[in-house]
Design a protein around this ligand. Sequence first.
Ligand code: NAG
Ligand code: NAG
Length: 775
Amino acid sequence: MKMMKFYLLSSLLLVFPLLALCDDRQVYIVYMGEHSGDKTHQEIEDNHHSYLVSVKSSEEEARSSIVYSYKNSINGFAALLTADEAAILSQRNGVLRTFPSHNKYSLDTTGSWKFLGLEEGIGNGRKVGKSRGSEILHKAKYGKDVIVGLLDSGIWPESQSFHDQGLGPVPERWKGICEEGDSFDSSHCNNKLIGGRFYVKGYETDGALNRSNDYRSPRDKDGHGTHTSSTAGGRSVHNVGALGGFAHGSASGGAPLVRLAMYKVCWPVHGVTLQDGDTCYGADMLAAIDDAIGDGVDVISMSIGGGDVPFSQDVVAIATLHATKRNIVVACSAGNDGPTPSTVANTSPWILTVGASSTNRDAPAPVELGNNMKIKGESITPSKLKNHFYPLVYGGDVASPHVNSTPGQCLPGSLSLEKTKDKVVLCFRGEGTRVKKGAEVKRAGGAGMILANAATSGSEIIVDAHVLPATAVSNDDGTMILNYIQSAKNPTVKLSPGKTVFDDKPAPYMAGFSSTGPNPVYPNIIKPDITAPGINILAAWSRASSPTGLDADKRRVKYSFESGTSMSCPHIAGIVALVKAIHPTWTSAAIRSAIMTTATTKNSIGKLILTASGKEANPFNYGAGHVRPSKAYDPGLVYDATYTDYLLQLCDNGDGQVDPNFKCPEIPPTTSDLNYPSLSISNLNGSVTVKRTVTNVGGNGKAVYFANIDQQPEGFIFEIHPKILRFSHVGDKKRFMVTVKKERKTTAGEYSFGWYSWTDGIHVVRSPIAVSSSV
Ligand SMILES: *[C@@H]1O[C@H](CO)[C@@H](O)[C@H](O)[C@H]1NC(C)=O
Ligand SMILES: *[C@@H]1O[C@H](CO)[C@@H](O)[C@H](O)[C@H]1NC(C)=O
């Protein structure tokens, strides 16, 4: 038996769960800063190996313990180490720190499997009903020659969204590859999908990938990565639609001629299939970002969240800072844990963090109750119901008596066959996935389902390709239907099929699931930064997965509706690519600034954007507001920031060194002083003055800008000095000060919001301010 363990260790390396054999070993990241560029990849590997040899008992053991050697920009390696070995390595010359890479991330579709018991849904959405000036597309040549890399679940290369007709050769600077694996080889890349790699070594330290459940290659089994890729940069494809022809028309990514590269980092949770969860390991994501930097991507889109750890151990934060240093713009999803405060993820100031909101597309499907009351629901499920009234029951009333489950949630296995058969069942969101509720009603023999929102999701209606006729309604309407069921003698309902309409109600509104501020890591940076469409987005899908993602669902679609900040993030990545195509020399901070300061806080009827529960939304919901692509390429002024500015900001947060060549000054600037397009001041006592610098990027060179205080935060007052800025040329920088004072007593820790802007009569450069008081 001992012999056998030894045999496994030495020859099958990472394919077997080494942790089971040596239970005190785990994957550590040994972080060494950055490569200076004077070593070959072989020399780097040898160097990393020599560190390992110094703590391992043999050459052989050192070689078998390495998981990744990071070779492009990030200097360091991931290896299976004991705590003692890690501690010794952290003292070695050249090592900045070692930390366990126990943090795992997951894809940001609505809800997520990672928080058991919290609402989630694989489901849903809509595509590119984006109304936008075509000028930016034209000027940007549709993003031609900009390279967008996505970290995700892989890609379905045969989708029409990724065809390369008419696209010129791959840009010469591209160094990426098309990595072979299960059902994927170099023939699957083309002049559109120019790269595909996969990262599974970190994942496989916890057990080999079960290849019945995913492709061990860049190919996408889940659908998520195909969806995000086609949203950011899919080609214009005509005559697409989801099931039943909903949203029929053409689908196009935000920047339809960009080149795409997939870095597959997310896999099924060990022991289950993708329908029960995905997981993305930190060590794998670090390798993917390092390769993306080396390959030459211009934009990284990451619809991945989780992995709550301090900065010093946050591989995603560290890796994306390396990317930012090379002017790669990184867009990330804010997370789907809203509307609870302080849930926003991907909080670093060098990341563009994206919330989710609605579009103007709608799929109204009337619900008619037996008492003649009519309710507007939404549905994209092809309806096989007859055009007559069906008996209507509440899920809580037709549960199996022996199953202990939250009433009305219609969780798997909870409904009684006898009581449910041929009826329409009212279920509520809250626990479990939306599509599994539909599957449960179907299992129990129900004819259809009305799925009502939980109170927290308000009037945000998410549609799914349910496995039976199903209509989604708001929480208020759900409550009303429940009252009707409980008071009527023989409650009945008629569900009509949905149809697609545009411009049906004020849009956008914020998604209830969109994670919100204040920023739990850096309270003096407002997050999210921006919002973009993330409810009911139609985009390309994997042919290996059903539109519900459920294993039992055997339907296959080319395009599918999905909802989540996962879907809004690639919208921003696409817009970033367009701005980058027009302004190839702009820094990532300048591009972020352009997108933020031109955003709007108004909806389609000129009123303030609301939350899903009908309140006025604020910068902790949407940052600077809803993106306006037509304005984003001509912001007038930008708030620029350099790599050094970010390092200085980290000094203030006392949060672990990233760059061995950088020493923090004795008195570092405060985080509020980071030249950010928004301003947050937490725990104000008395007054504070922060500085900002704006750079003129307007076409004419000469420009005069005037300061406007658009709104004072309640209980506080702020001033801007000077109030006039005169620029003499493009690139001219001017500094101004913002002084914020407490005006009267407010509740400690409670934030108030204000707005200020600079305008030259043509451009409006707008920023939100968030301030809270300590006393
Ligand atoms: C792999 O997954 C399949 C399908 O989910 C399952 O039937 C099988 O038992 C799994 N194999 C292993 C080795 O876990
Ligand atoms: C606020 O400032 C006053 C005056 O400087 C000081 O006495 C007080 O301790 C401060 N309060 C807090 C909570 O920092």
